[in-house]
Write a new protein. Sequence first.
Length: 179
Amino acid sequence: MKTNNKIDGNVTVDAFSRLYEEFAPRVFGYLVRRTPTILDAEELTSTVFLRAFTALANFHGRGSDAFGGWIMTIAHNVLVNWYRDTGRSKTPDHLNDYADTLDSVPSPEHLVEHNEQIQSLWRAVAALSPDRQELITLKYVDGLTNKKIGEKLGKSEGAIKQIHRRTLIALEAILGSYE
């Protein structure tokens, strides 16, 4: 195909190619923000320029600005027709992957309740003696085993188990008094 073939009396294929290069990014940007996938936007961009190419004889504007307005009108109409044809109620496939995740997101009420429980627990820990606070911190914050805690505190693993059990009983009693 010769690049200087006339499409109509005023525009050559070469001139249309230059218009495509100038306006394709703008049309694609418009469509990609309004479609569920990049592939949809690419297909619609092709459709827009195909329609513009076939309807070029009906274009009577002059200059790049007039062509830009005309091509964006075609892009809008192609998009509206695409949504009309595909149906608006269909959930894009890439969003279906997140449906289960959205169902498992805790509600704000649940988050507030959980936060209140954590605050109550820390108040109860603060009511313990300093050595028992350290035990709770080493066990549940630092994630140390009873053996490692014993080494750190200079006590046997059995002693740490016993202190831990007594500390949990004390915490339970303190938390029960908050209710």
